[in-house]
Design a protein around this ligand. Structure first.
Ligand code: FES
Ligand code: FES
Length: 162
C-alpha cells in the first residue's frame, strides 16, 4: 500500500462512531485533531515522551502521537472531550492542578484511568503513573492531591486527601 493512499474507516470516539479518511502513516493524534475537531489531546514532543496527547484506548491511557489511526479500529477511544464534568476534571479545578494547561488534558486522562484501574493506589503507584506525563509549569503535588481527592471520594474511609 502506498504511504499516500487514503482510505476510509470508522473509529469509535467518545461513544460515537466517526468516519475518517486516513493515510496509513497518520497517527491517531493527527486524525483526532485534524479530522474530528477533538483538539483536547495536544501535540507536545510527538515522540511518546510527554503525555500531552494521552487518550484512553479501551480504558487504558495511550499516547496517541505514537499510535497509528488504523490501529484504533475496533477499539473504544475516549478523549478529554469525553470526560466533561467527571470527578477527575473537577478535582483538577478544585486543587488548582494546572497553570498554562497545555499538559492538563493528558494528565486528566492518565489520572482518570489510574483511579479506575488502581482504586487503592498509594503514593508510590500515583507517582509511577504520573511519571508518564510531563508538566513544564506546575509542581506535581497539586496533581497528586487531585488524584487523592478522587480516590478518597471513591473510598470515603480513605483519608489521604490532606
Ligand atoms: S505528544 Fe505524545 S507523548 Fe508527547
Ligand atoms: S500546566 Fe503548563 S505544562 Fe503543565
Amino acid at each position: 500500500m502506498e504511504r499516500s493512499q487514503r482510505f476510509v474507516l470508522d473509529i469509535h470516539v467518545n461513544g460515537e462512531v466517526r468516519s475518517v479518511t486516513i493515510r496509513v502513516a497518520d497517527t491517531l493524534l493527527h486524525i483526532l485533531r485534524e479530522q474530528l475537531g477533538l483538539t483536547g489531546a495536544k501535540p507536545g514532543c510527538e515522540n511518546g515522551d510527554c503525555g500531552a496527547c494521552t487518550v484512553l484506548v479501551d480504558g487504558w491511557p495511550i499516547k496517541s502521537c505514537i499510535m497509528l489511526a488504523v490501529e484504533a479500529t475496533g477499539h473504544e477511544i475516549i478523549t478529554i472531550e469525553g470526560l466533561k464534568d467527571t470527578p477527575m476534571q473537577k478535582a483538577f479545578l478544585e486543587k488548582w492542578a494546572f497553570q498554562c494547561g497545555y499538559c492538563t488534558p493528558g494528565f486528566i486522562m492518565n489520572c482518570y484511568a489510574l483511579v479506575r484501574i488502581h482504586p487503592d493506589a498509594d503514593d508510590q503507584v500515583i507517582q509511577e503513573w504520573l511519571g508518564s506525563n510531563i508538566c513544564r509549569c506546575t509542581g506535581y503535588e497539586e496533581i497528586q492531591e487531585a488524584v487523592k481527592s478522587v480516590l478518597a471520594a471513591q473510598h470515603p474511609s480513605n483519608t489521604r486527601t490532606s
